[in-house]
Design a protein. Sequence first.
Length: 323
Amino acid sequence: AVLNDLAVRAGLKYFGAALGEGAFQSDSTYASLLRDTAEFGQVVPENGMKWESTERTQGVFTYGSGDVSAKQAQQSGQVLRCHALVWHSQLPNWVSGGTWTVETLTAVMESHISNVMGHYKGQCYAWDVVNEAVGDDGNWRSTVFLDTFNGTGYLPVAFNLARAADPSAKLYYNDYNLEYNGDKTDRAVELVKLVQAAGAPIDGVGFQGHLLVAGTPSRSNLAAALQRFTALGVEVAFTELDIRHTSLPAPASAYATQGDDYANVVGACLDTPNCVGVTVWGVTDKYSWIPGTFEGQGDALLYDANFTRKAAWTSVSSVLAAS
Ligand code: G3I
C-alpha cells in the first residue's frame, strides 16, 4: 500500500498533495501520480482558488484554474481542501491598494467569500478562510484588512461570512512557522480564542509546515504545538508540508536527515487526536515554489525530479505503517 492507504489505515482522514495547475496540465507523469488515490487521497489547488485567480477584477469571478482541482477531486473521489480566502498575498491591487472603510471592505469580503465559496459549495472538506494573519515576529501582520479594521475585527467577520456561504466546509486558520511553538504560535492561539470569544465559527488550524532539513522540531515538540490548538476544540492538519535543503547539492546524509524530519512531522500528527491529515506542498522536486523564493534551496518533496521515491518517502511510509 502507499501513502494515503497507509494514512487512512493509521486513522488519518487523508494524505494529500497540492495540485500545481501548470504541471498538472502539461506533464502526464505528474498528473497520473497526483490522480493515484492510493498515494494521494486529497488535493488542494496550489494557486487556482486564490483571490488573484478568482476575482482579479472587482466583481468578475473566474474559476477555470480552481476548477482543475475541484474536477480532479470529484473524478477520483479525493478530499478537496480549498485555499485561500482572506490573505495579503496574491491579492489583486484593487483590494490591497484600495481606499476602504470597515463597511466597504466588509462588502468586498462578503462578495468575494460568498461568490467563491458558493461556486465550490458542498465540495470543500475545508477552506483556509484566513491565511497568514500573524507576522514572523508574533505581531499581527499589517495588511489592508488589519489596517482598515484598525485591528483584528476582520477575523470574526471573515469566519462568519464563510459559515454563511458554505455551512458544510470546515473553516480553517492557516499559517507557517507555528511549528516552532514560539511567539507566532502564541499569537495564533490568541487568534483562535478571539474568534471563538466573538461567537464566530472556527473549526481548524492548518500548520503549513514549510520546514528546513535539520531544522525541523522533534516529534514530541511538534505534537505539543498541535495540541495547544486541539485543546481549544479545533482540529489541526499539516497543510503545506515541504522540508527543504538550505544548500544544494546536498550530501546523501542530508537526504536521510530529511527523511527523519518528515517522519517527525507525520508522527506528530499521528500522536495528536484531531490531527486529520497531512498535505505535501507539491509532488516532485521537478516543480516547487522554493527555488524561486529561496535561491539555491529546495529538493524539499518526497519524489525527486525524475519521479523516484526519495528516502523521505520511505520514512513517511514507515512511520505510517508502524502506527
Ligand atoms: O500565473 C503566472 C503566469 O501567468 C506567469 O507567466 C508566471 C511568470 O512568473 O507567473 C505565474 O504566477 C505565479 C504563480 O505562482 C503560478 O505559478 C506567480 O508569479 C508566483 O508568485 C506564484 O507563486 C506561488 C506563491 O504561493 C505566491 O505567494 C506558488 O506557486 C505557491 O506555491 C505559493 O504557495 C504559498 C501558499 O499559497 C501559502 N503558504 C505559502 C506557500 C509558499 O509560498
